[in-house]
Design a protein around this ligand. Structure first.
Ligand SMILES: Nc1ncnc2c1ncn2[C@@H]1O[C@H](COP(=O)(O)OP(=O)(O)OP(=O)(O)O)[C@@H](O)[C@H]1O
Ligand SMILES: [Mg+2]
Length: 266
C-alpha cells in the first residue's frame, strides 16, 4: 500500500459521519445571454453527507452541470447559498474561494481536460501548483504524483502523453489529478460518459476504491449502473430537485462496494 493510500485510509473513519460536508440552500442560477434568460436552477436545497457517495441524475439541459459548478465554487449563484464544510461561499472573496476549492475539492470533467503537451505525471503535478496542501518541492511533488498514478493503476504510464493513452486511462489520470491535493470532496461530471464499457468498468472500480478511503463523492451521471450503487441519488428536472430517488444506509452500500471489489480482484 502506498503512503497516499495509508493516509487516506486513516481519515476514512473520521470522515464517515452523517454531518453534511456540503449543503445548498434555495440555490438559484439564472444565465442571461442577450435577450435570453435561462433559469438553470430554480431553488435547490440539498445536503451531501461527509463520506457519502451521491449521484445526480436528470435529463439533458436541466441543470446538473450548473449545480456541480456552483457546489464546487467554479461559479457563483444568482441567489441562495452553497455551504462547504461550514463556509458559506457567498461570504468568501474570489481568492478565499480559490483556496477553499484547491484544498478541499477535486474535479473530474467529462472530457478529461488533460493538457495534451504534458505527460501523465506532469498533468497531475499541475494541480499541485495552487494548493497549500501540496508538497513544496518539485521532487516531493513528483513522488506524490507517481503514487497517485499507482493508486489508479497507471504506474507504467507516467511518461505517456494523453494521446498515447486510452480513454479509460486518460480518465484515470484525471481522477489521479483530482486527488492531487488530498481533497475531501470529489465532484465528477459524467466521468464515464465518453468511455466504452471496459474503460467504464476500470474507472468505476477506481471510484469505489477511492470512496472506501473516506472521500465524499458526487457524480453527475446518466449511467444507471453507477446510480444504482450510489447511497444517495438526487434527480434534477427543470432546475428543481425533482426527487430524492434513494437514500440508503451507507454501511450497506460500502459492503456491496467491497463485494464488488472482491469480484473484480478475482
Ligand atoms: N454559461 C451558460 N450561459 C448560458 N446558458 C447556460 C450556460 N450554461 C448552461 N446554460 C443553460 O442552462 C441550462 C442547464 O444547463 P446544464 O449545463 O446545467 O445542463 P445539464 O443538466 O448538465 O445537461 P447535460 O446532461 O446535457 O450535460 C441549459 O438550458 C443550458 O442551455
Ligand atoms: Mg452537463
Amino acid at each position: 500500500m502506498s503512503n497516499t493510500n495509508k493516509k487516506a485510509g486513516k481519515t476514512a473513519a473520521a470522515n464517515k459521519t452523517e454531518k453534511p460536508i456540503m449543503q445548498t440552500k434555495d440555490l438559484v442560477k439564472t444565465y442571461s445571454t442577450g435577450k435570453l434568460e435561462t433559469k438553470a436552477l430554480q431553488g435547490i436545497t440539498l445536503d451531501i453527507p461527509a463520506g457519502s457517495f451521491s449521484c445526480i441524475i436528470g435529463p439533458s439541459g436541466h441543470g446538473k452541470s450548473t449545480l456541480m459548478h456552483l457546489i464546487g465554487g467554479l461559479d457563483r449563484a444568482t441567489s441562495g447559498d452553497v455551504i462547504i464544510d461550514g463556509a458559506k461561499i457567498s461570504d468568501l472573496t474570489d481568492n478565499e474561494l480559490s483556496e477553499l476549492r484547491a484544498s478541499k475539492i477535486g474535479f473530474v470533467f467529462q472530457f478529461f481536460n488533460l493538457l495534451k503537451n504534458l505527460t501523465a505525471v506532469e498533468n497531475i503535478e499541475t494541480a499541485m501548483m495552487f494548493s497549500v496542501n501540496a508538497p513544496k518541492s518539485a521532487k516531493e511533488q513528483r513522488v506524490k504524483a507517481l503514487e497517485l498514478l499507482e493508486l489508479v493503476g497507471l504506474a507504467d504510464k507516467a511518461d505517456a502523453k494523453p494521446n498515447e493513452l486510452s480513454g479509460g486511462q486518460q480518465q484515470r489520470v484525471s481522477i489521479a489529478r483530482a486527488l492531487a491535493n488530498d481533497p475531501e470532496i470529489l465532484l465528477m461530471d459524467e466521468p464515464t460518459g465518453n468511455l466504452d464499457s471496459r474503460s467504464e468498468e476500470e474507472v468505476l472500480e477506481q471510484l469505489f476504491r477511492i470512496h472506501k478511503t473516506g472521500k465524499t463523492i458526487v457524480i453527475v451521471t446518466h449511467n444507471n449502473e453507477l446510480a444504482a450503487q450510489a447511497e444517495i441519488v438526487y434527480e434534477i428536472k427543470d432546475g428543481k430537485l425533482h426527487d430524492l430517488v434513494k437514500k440508503v444506509n451507507a454501511k450497506k452500500t460500502q459492503k456491496k462496494a467491497s463485494k464488488r471489489k472482491k469480484v473484480a480482484d478475482e
